[in-house]
Design a protein around this ligand. Sequence first.
Ligand SMILES: [Zn+2]
Ligand SMILES: [Zn+2]
Length: 284
Amino acid sequence: VPSHRLAKIEIDDIEITGYSVAGEETVVAVPQLNVCFDIGKAPDQVISIDNLLLTHGHMDHTAGIAYYLSHRNFSGQTPGTVLAPQELLEPIQQIIDAHGILDGNPIPANLVAVRPGGEYRIKPNIFARAFATPHSRNSVGYTLIEKRKKLKPEYTKLTGPQIVELKKQGIEIDYPLEIPLVTYCGDTEPGDFTKLEFVMNSKILITECTFYTKDHISRAKAGKHTHLNDLPDLMRNSKNQCIVLIHISQRTGIGFARKMLKKVLAAEQLDRIIFLMEHNKRRR
Ligand SMILES: [Zn+2]
Ligand SMILES: [Zn+2]
């Protein structure tokens, strides 16, 4: 029996699954890309995902780290690869070591330091690019980018043998193409990252919106979280096919959040927004 009931959404051929409630737990996985963003309390369904990409150290996003690694070891899987901002690596290692002592067995881990602008290979053609987010010290978000080679337009009419011939002559017949598939911002207020093309062109943008009422504007600012009032600007720059909102508090509730969203966004913009925690929703 799985430890959690996770939400699941499908956007074209990309499935996103996870759980996200502000202050409680946030974990968002893209199983087919073998990536889990943040770990929350390590629900069973994400343990077998090999790449864990942590955005920042807050407990609601990292509490399950030792369990994730230990459970993989216990069930004979390879140690997970954990990407995290460089400054978090030492305290993460300390937590893993302490749990290893409690457990009586050391917990293997493959920790990788991340810096904004850095790129990390996930699969042969899929890379995670990190970018800085203004939330906690050194927090980051990630974009999963597919890299392809595409035939230059001047060669598209050539036959197979002609192309082989050009290749033999050492002529560069294709150019690199980057397709940003999924961006995960973690916790953050909007910042410079909303000017990054690969973020705003990402097919799917997963971002938080924690606060929805006027009297919470100052709380959003203090905690460096996104407020409803920030969304119109974000949506204006967004070319994302779909924006997945996470980190809504239990007290706010999705019904209320949606009602408030209708007050500040145009119909076309609302149409592209989906709340992760609306379970089992399907799109296109
Ligand atoms: Zn959080
Ligand atoms: Zn946080």
